[in-house]
Design a protein around this ligand. Structure first.
Ligand code: SF4
Length: 264
């Protein structure tokens, strides 16, 4: 069984508990305006131009992003850091892109991780067939679940898809009392106003089970990647997220009984 992998990041500390290795699978059904991994969106390997400087001269170097790997080949990479997973209560996170775009590969990879005794997390945007979600339930310890906008039309405008399937799949995980951490990218002028934060809190409370939220304040550090891939970055480039606003949003979630982390 082969999948398309575009990166394997060791010693990740923001993708679930403890020290982890994160496997990034290529392909995503969404095209979020703020995506930090635009190289992940296309399912197929693609060429990216990288600037390198040598002896004061600047050159373009082409690099292929995305590599076909077997489950066994990925597991060999994951095994290299096994001692750190043990010592830190860490494990393996599989993200992307959207890992559920390669459901058969994802199931096999998760299954192999569980056979090794590794804790597993799946970082998902939730836009996947219910059958794909159901196929990973037995092998997934934790879901890092993105929630971008509660309004279907606005969601479609900024990500290219509506949110109905995403909310439905989240309801499914919550109804089964799965271990879910919600990740909310805070995008100025898109989803961080008081009304929308209130709607998000109401929705999460209605699920009755989910208690942990990670807030991911927007930054535009990925713009270089867009240039290299010759893709358009549609949001304004910006500095640090408004810290006062962040505190207010954090407080709103805490007052409603959620455990909140900023970042990862
Ligand atoms: S869901 Fe994630 S990987 Fe996919 S486009 Fe949006 S931010 Fe990028």
């Amino acid at each position: 069984m082969k999948g398309i992998v575009f990166d394997i990041k060791r010693f990740a500390v923001h993708d679930g508990p403890g020290i982890r290795t994160t496997v990034f699978l290529k392909g995503c059904p969404l095209q979020c305006w703020w995506c930090h991994n635009p190289e992940s969106q296309n399912m197929q390997p693609e060429v990216c131009l990288k600037k390198i400087s040598l002896d004061g001269m600047c050159y373009d170097k082409s690099e292929i992003i995305g590599k076909s790997m077997t489950v066994d080949e990925v597991i060999i990479e994951l095994d290299k850091e096994a001692v750190f997973y043990d010592e830190s209560d860490g494990g393996i996170t599989i993200g992307g892109g959207e890992p559920l775009m390669q459901p058969k590969f994802l199931v096999q990879l998760l299954k192999s991780c569980k056979e090794k005794g590794y804790h597993t997390a799946v970082d998902t945007c939730g836009y996947a067939a219910r059958s794909a979600i159901e196929s990973i339930l037995a092998y997934t310890d934790l879901y890092l679940y993105d929630l971008k906008h509660m309004d279907d039309h606005i969601h479609r405008k900024y990500t290219g898809t509506g949110n109905k399937l995403i909310l439905e799949n989240l309801r499914l995980l919550a109804s089964q009392k799965r271990n879910v951490i919600i990740r909310i990218p805070l995008i100025p002028g898109v989803n961080d106003d008081e009304k929308h934060i209130g709607e998000t809190i109401s929705f999460l409370k209605s699920l009755g089970h989910i208690r942990e939220v990670h807030l991911l304040p927007y930054h535009s550090m990925a713009t270089q990647k867009y240039r290299r891939l010759e893709k358009e970055f549609k949001l304004p480039e910006s500095g640090k997220y408004d810290q006062e606003k962040l505190k207010i949003i954090e407080k709103s979630f805490i007052e409603n009984g959620f455990i909140v982390s900023i970042g990862g």
